[in-house]
Structures are given as C-alpha cells and as structure tokens.
Design a binder for this molecule. Structure first.
Ligand SMILES: *Cc1c(COP(=O)(O)O)cnc(C)c1O
Length: 391
C-alpha cells in the first residue's frame, strides 16, 4: 500500500535546499535574522533601492532560505510565507477576486477557509459556491463567466475525499479560472500540484513542515503566471511571519522525509489494525484499497501522511468519553503533523452544504505520531475496553 518514492531524491534535496553556508561563515544553518531597519550606505543606494534586503517585513535571509527551499521542493516559481496556514489561504484567494466575482470551493475544505468565504468574501461582494469534492471534470457545469478560482483540498482533512485535480484543472483553465490547492496533507513530498495543473499551492506549515507542534506558519507557492498578483497582495496586506517560527520550519523541513515515512507506516498499520476491530465500522484512509478515492491516490500521489479517520459503530457519549479521556499516548486537540499522536472526534454534518456527510457512529480523526506502533495499539485497545465497560 505504501509506495516507494524515487530513492533518495527528496532526502538529498531536503538536506541542501535553501542553504548557503558560505554566506554565513561556514555555519551549516542560516541564522535567525531579527530586524526591521536595513541600512543603506549612501543616498544613491537608497534612491536606487539596490539592496537585496530593504526592510524586515519584506524579507530577511532566514525568510528567503525557507522560501527558496520550499519553492524548490514544491517545484514552483516562487514561495511566500505568512504567519499561519489560514492567512496563506485568505491571502491567496484575495489575490484573484474583486466585487462581483464568483469562486468554487470544495465542500470538504478546511472549515476556517469556508468561514472566510462566508463572511469577509461575502461582505466584499464575492460569492462562493461549494461543490462536491469528488465532482472531477463535472465541475465544468458550475463554472460561470465570473468564476475566478477553484479552491481544492485533497484529501479533505476531516473526511479524506480524493479530488481529481488534473480533471478539475483542465476545465477550470478552459474557463479562465485559477486553481488553488491546499496541499497540507500530502506535503510537498507526496503530491506535486504543479505537475497536475494547480496554479497556487498553500500549506499549513504548522503541520508536517514545522513537524514538532511548536510554531504556526503558512506557505504560498505560485507558478510563474500567478507569482506577481499573489506577491502584490501579500506585500500590500503586510504579512510577515516571526523569525523564530521561520527557523523552526527550516529545521523541521530537513527531516520531513524520514518523519513522513514513519507517519505513513504507522498510520497504515494503525488503520489496518483498526479495520479489524469490532468497534470500528469503517476506516477512511486514501492509501487503503477500500477507500473510494484510492485509484486517484494511486495515480497521483507518491505517499500518504499519518492523518486518517475511523467511523465507529454507534456508541454513547459516555462510552466515547471513557474511551477518549483515558488515553495516555493519543492527545486530544487541534492541529496535527507533529511527532505526537492525536485523536479528535469530528462531526462534519453541521457545516456541509453541497454534500451530506453520513456516519453510522462517532467519527474519530487520528494522527499517527512517531511513537512505537505496539504502544499506540495498546493505548487504543485499552480505550476500546473502557468503551465497552461504559457502553
Ligand atoms: C491546519 C490547517 C490549515 C490552517 O493552518 P493554520 O496554521 O492553523 O492557520 C489549513 N488547511 C489545513 C488542511 C489544515 O489542516
């Protein structure tokens, strides 16, 4: 089920992308630059604005190092950083829309993306239509003359629908719309959006790129045509992440390949174990052959990260509390992509509008961390025991 990627290629580039020790007295890592003012030596230089760096908000060597590394890993033209994944998303959407425009957004999208569309965008006179994530080329019927962009996220981070990105891109481009993708789940390693027709890729680097649950950061990577409009909006909105957070992402990035291999392996092993548990109705993991989008994952992706879901058989609220409250290795909380395992009850029924989410029982989203697989199984097994005893 898990795939073997091109041997060593990712790993080598992750170790060297965005680094230039010769510029920093030989130190391996680009240091953390803090600063607002950058001095110009002369009036002529100031007038010509002839320096690589001109003001802290507009970039530092630390920021450029991460931007260069991520542009290279993603295969894009240029990368910009923002203080959170959500601000990467909102900045990107704002780069392409004006009052009177229309956008298409996957019904499985990260929920705060949806909230932005339904509040701020709506107030600005931009309408969003939500579409069935598995619509594929059928999205042609929803594209209007005023449709400026199609927002995709594959798989969705709660319900894991796989989207046919090449099919969507083809019809979107034919209609003159940009294709934006939230690629947080796959990371720049396991899906290459630019090879599948995407124009702008966003990431919550907060998740796997930072990888240690210790920083918030967003990433926007553009193809050549989209680079100028996004850079302009990013500049005007005044977005700049903190230097420490950028450094933590650079540090996390170096080990992304090995971490993801382990997340993938443990995630698949847990999914397999869970699939055979009597408490589990079904497992939702795109890298498993029984997933409805498995063929798309197989065709387009080169690996799976450690985030997936299970639907339990019906269980009482008290039984579920007993199961979850007593877990010692799986933490309960938002976010994912760190070294630690997480478990989160999710209920997408309340916010879907284009599709109906149905589940037989409680849905649990699981992030497989880097712990020992047998310890993780034992923690869940004891949880199921409490579920029975309380049920
Ligand atoms: C977490 C997340 C975001 C938002 O990232 P933040 O850094 O928390 O703002 C966006 N998209 C997906 C898929 C996410 O999981």
């Amino acid at each position: 089920m898990s795939k073997t990627k091109e041997p060593g290629k990712h790993a080598t580039r992750l170790s060297h992308a965005g680094r230039d020790p010769g510029r920093f007295q030989g130190f391996v890592n680009t240091p953390i630059y803090r600063g607002s003012t950058v001095l110009y030596p002369t009036f002529d230089s100031l007038l010509a604005d002839d320096q690589e760096y001109s003001y802290g908000r507009l970039g530092t060597p630390t920021v450029r190092a991460l931007q260069d590394a991520l542009a290279e890993m993603e295969g894009g033209h240029a990368t910009l950083l923002t203080p959170s994944g959500l601000s990467a998303i909102t900045t990107t959407i704002l780069s392409f829309v004006s009052a009177g425009d229309h956008i298409l957004v996957s019904d499985s999208v990260y929920r705060p993306t949806r909230r932005f569309c339904d509040t701020v965008l709506k107030r600005l006179g931009v309408t969003a239509t939500y579409y069935d994530p598995v619509i594929g080329g059928g999205i042609a019927e929803l594209l209007e003359e005023r449709t400026k962009l199609v927002f995709t996220e594959s798989p969705g981070s709660q319900t894991f629908e796989m989207q046919d990105i090449p099919a969507i891109s083809e019809v979107a481009h034919a209609a003159g719309a940009e294709v934006i993708m939230d690629n947080t789940w796959a990371t720049p390693l396991y899906f290459k959006p630019f090879d599948h027709g995407v124009d702008v890729v966003v990431h919550a680097a907060t998740k796997y790129i930072v990888g240690h649950a210790d920083a918030m950061l967003g990433v926007i990577t553009m193809n050549e045509a989209a680079a100028a409009p996004v850079a302009k909006t990013h500049d005007i909105l005044g977005l700049c992440p903190g230097p420490e957070d950028v450094y933590l992402a650079l540090r996390g990035l170096r080990t992304l390949d090995v971490r993801l291999q382990r997340h993938q392996e443990t995630g698949l092993a847990l999914a397999e174990w869970l699939a055979h548990r009597p408490e589990v109705s079904r497992v939702i993991h795109p890298a498993r052959p029984d997933h409805p989008g498995h063929a798309l994952w197989q065709r387009d992706f080169t690996g799976a990260s450690g985030l997936f879901a299970v639907v339990l058989n019906p269980a009482s609220r008290q039984a579920l509390s007993a199961m979850l409250d007593g877990l010692s290795l799986f933490g309960m909380g938002y976010s994912w992509g760190g070294y630690e395992s997480l478990i989160l009850p999710v209920d997408p029924r309340g916010y879907r509008s284009a599709t109906v989410w149905e589940s037989e029982g409680p849905t649990l989203r699981i992030h497989a961390g880097l712990e020992d697989i047998e310890d993780l199984k034992a923690d869940l097994e004891a949880g199921f025991q409490r579920l029975h005893e309380t049920g």
